[in-house]
Write a protein that binds this ligand. Structure first.
Ligand SMILES: Nc1ncnc2c1ncn2[C@@H]1O[C@H](COP(=O)(O)OS(=O)(=O)O)[C@@H](OP(=O)(O)O)[C@H]1O
Length: 374
């Protein structure tokens, strides 16, 4: 390698050799440093992906930034945030995602990462599917003393074998005095759920959002239809035998709405005063009113009031003026508030007749007339 010195400065041969050696050493040192840095950065960013990425994920280069964001995300907030993304119909809005990532999307109640402790939930929204459970949780998390897992953990029905430590790890960190919450609507109809929740903590507060079982069934069917457009009609699924008019109570869309029967199961473990029933209908017509009851039940200061909501004409539902950790208005996503298909009025009437006695029993048990049979 030729060694030239800048300018025409007269120098001795020995001095040239010394300077050349110094330059060579520093050049080698720089190369080594650069190499180490790229190795470190490269492997750190790559290894979590290579461990979990599938071949199909690798083909689309346009996905790369998103994937990196996901990896970063996994590092920063772990499984809690991961859940926030995989909720299917319950996918959170961008502000919630940014908050989960620890990005300060807006001034609010975001605290530096690492604050607080992960705790098992003291209150759980246990049901019912299509009752309005997502709306309730999104509204509740506006409260500074409520922190909630984003997506549905399904611990007490699907993942119980994973153990309580696994479950706790899904929870957000909370500070002293804050309530940890989650919602999984399928718990309400899971036989084992009451005993399991009881064995976690007998003082767990339970919330059930209930809705007219007929519209709930149609809503449930609408959701299934959106995923599997080829399923039989609602009318044909409703009956075991259409001519005899025998209702198929084994169809989950019908079964879930027999609230009195499921509630019986919970009352074997929890006293009535530990369960709050929220009207899905009132949650739409008077969200602040229902949220007032929920805050009282949870022992929270009534912070969420009328001022937090506005009625969005396009959505046809109440929305938040400001979502948690954001200064922007926030409505629930497209999967909430779907248009239902028209159902044969005779079938609807038949279902109303079917549910009436169960509804009456439910009103009696809960001490609240929900008005589904007016
Ligand atoms: N504010 C607001 N915005 C949008 N949607 C609202 C709201 N409040 C209640 N609802 C009703 O919530 C229904 C979905 O209930 P869930 O969130 O419990 O569904 S799920 O079980 O989690 O899939 C959903 O049912 P569908 O109308 O059938 O889509 C809504 O009627």
């Amino acid at each position: 390698m030729a060694c030239k010195l800048p300018g025409n400065t007269p120098v001795s041969g020995k001095s040239i050799l010394r300077r050349c050696a110094v330059m060579l050493v520093s050049l080698l040192a720089s190369f080594y440093l650069l190499h180490s840095l790229t190795q470190l950065g490269g492997s750190a960013l790559r290894s979590p992906v290579s461990a979990s990425v599938s071949a199909s994920e690798l083909v689309d280069a346009s996905e790369a930034p998103l994937r990196r964001k996901r990896v970063l995300h996994r590092w920063v907030v772990g499984s809690v945030a991961r859940q926030r993304f995989d909720g299917g119909g319950d996918a959170p809005g961008p502000q919630v995602r940014d908050a989960a990532l620890g990005f300060p999307s807006a001034p609010g109640k975001l605290r530096p990462l690492g604050d607080g402790t992960k705790r098992l939930p003291q209150a759980i929204i246990v049901g019912v599917k299509k009752g309005g459970t997502r709306a309730l949780l999104e509204f509740l998390r506006v409260h500074p003393d409520v922190r909630a897992a984003g997506a549905e953990p399904h611990f007490f029905d699907r993942f119980y074998d994973n153990g309580l430590a696994w479950y706790r790890d899904l929870m957000p960190k909370t500070l002293e005095g804050q309530i940890t919450m989650e919602k999984t609507p399928s718990y309400f109809v899971t036989r084992e759920a009451p005993a399991r929740i009881y064995s976690m903590s007998r003082s767990t507060k339970l919330i059930v959002v209930v809705r007219d079982p007929v519209t709930r069934a149609i809503s449930d069917y609408t959701q299934t239809l959106s995923k599997k457009p080829d399923i039989p009609s609602f009318e044909s699924l409703t009956f075991k035998n259409r001519t005899t008019g025998l209702i198929d109570t084994s169809w989950s869309a019908i079964q879930i709405g027999i609230y009195a029967k499921h509630l019986d199961n919970w009352l074997q473990f929890f006293p009535m005063h530990q369960i709050l029933f929220v009207s899905g209908e009132r949650l739409i017509s008077d969200p602040a009113g229902e949220l007032g009851r929920v805050q009282d039940f949870l022992g929270l200061k009534r912070i969420i009031t009328d001022k937090h909501f506005y009625f969005n004409e396009t959505k046809g539902f109440p929305c938040l003026k400001k979502a948690e950790g954001s200064s922007k208005p926030h409505c629930l996503g497209k999967t909430k508030g779907r248009t239902h298909p028209n159902i044969d009025p005779e079938v609807v009437q038949r279902l109303r007749d079917f549910y009436r006695p169960f509804n009456m029993k439910f009103y009696q048990m809960t001490g609240r007339i929900f008005g589904w049979d007016d």
